[in-house]
Design a binder for this molecule. Structure first.
Ligand code: GLU
Ligand code: MG
Length: 286
């Protein structure tokens, strides 16, 4: 039955927007007019899963969603896509081509309390990526929305256009929205320090196996648009094979052990067949 709803901002998460002076932002929960959680509220759904994992299984999750996007010149006519940069992936030349945009973007993220771990030029023309620190899954999904809003708003102020579409052009590397997840029990990262493969504890191995078993079906949620299938092709690091591997960018699940000395904090599982057409609350629901 259709339920009338209202959008209730979660004011504990209110952020003054650095890229849009005069504005603030907060994620919302969908509440029915009778004051109940709306059954279609995906933020509520994710919160419920996280709460049940904690209460019934003593498990906590940490998550981060990578944001990839393409920057185009804002002065190109109509729908023409003219990449704003020509320099190579990972090259400092691209940063120069974008002028103050990258630095202003980092400053805006910092002002909004987002800890950026890396901002780098990616492989497609005009493509960039931001990685942020891991937080609880609801906060991670909220943050993915805020990062996108910031990327877009700061670009606008620099006369640039951005796209998070899974594929901006028909051929070539697309924009992913990889989800990083780690499961924790009593403050211990289950993906590190264990007897299993690559240091996984038994529960992390089971978690990985379960995710892999369900991933072909889950991809309907994590890569939901027709354009998602322009991205999901071999040899473009989109993770199209139902397989897992340590630091393997072609497998759907990439086991990340982290660097020696940091593994107990950094080890996690990266889910690659995810793009930013996906609802982030559904895509990060472990
Ligand atoms: N752009 C690639 C994708 O579509 C990901 C590249 C990478 O970060 O490994 O998922
Ligand atoms: Mg990337």
């Amino acid at each position: 039955m259709y339920k009338r709803q209202r959008l209730y901002p979660d004011l504990d998460q209110l952020v003054v927007l650095a890229g849009q002076p005069g504005w603030a932002w907060a994620p919302v929960d969908r509440i029915t007019q009778d004051g109940q959680r709306h059954p279609g509220c995906t933020r509520t759904f994710l919160r419920r899963i996280v709460t049940e994992a904690a209460e019934h299984h003593g498990l906590a999750f940490r998550a981060a969603i990578e944001i990839e996007w393409t920057v185009a010149r804002g002065d190109a006519p109509g729908d023409t896509f003219t990449p704003a940069t020509t320099g190579p992936a990972y090259g400092a030349a691209r940063q120069v081509e974008l002028g103050d945009y990258p630095a202003d973007l980092l400053a805006a993220c910092a002002a909004q309390g987002i800890d950026v771990e890396q901002l780098h030029p990616e492989y497609a023309a005009g493509q960039f990526e931001i990685s942020v620190g891991a937080v609880d899954p609801v906060a991670a999904a909220d943050r993915s929305v805020l990062v996108r809003q910031t990327v877009r708003a700061v670009a606008q102020r620099h006369g640039l256009r951005v796209s998070f579409a899974p594929a901006v052009v028909g051929q070539g590397v697309g924009n992913g929205g990889h989800v990083h997840l780690s499961a924790w029990r009593e403050g211990v990262n289950l993906h590190s320090g264990g007897e299993g493969r690559y240091g996984m504890r038994a529960e992390a191995e089971s978690f990985t196996a379960g995710l892999l078993a369900h991933l072909p079906g889950l991809t309907a949620v994590t890569a939901p648009s027709p354009a998602s299938y322009l991205r999901l092709r071999p040899s473009q690091w989109a993770g199209v094979f139902t397989a897992w591997g340590r630091e393997t960018r072609e497998t759907a699940l990439r086991v990340i052990t982290g660097t020696a000395g940091l593994r107990d904090q950094a080890a996690n599982l990266e889910i690659k067949p995810v793009d930013l057409a996906a609802n982030p609350y559904l895509a990060s629901a472990p």
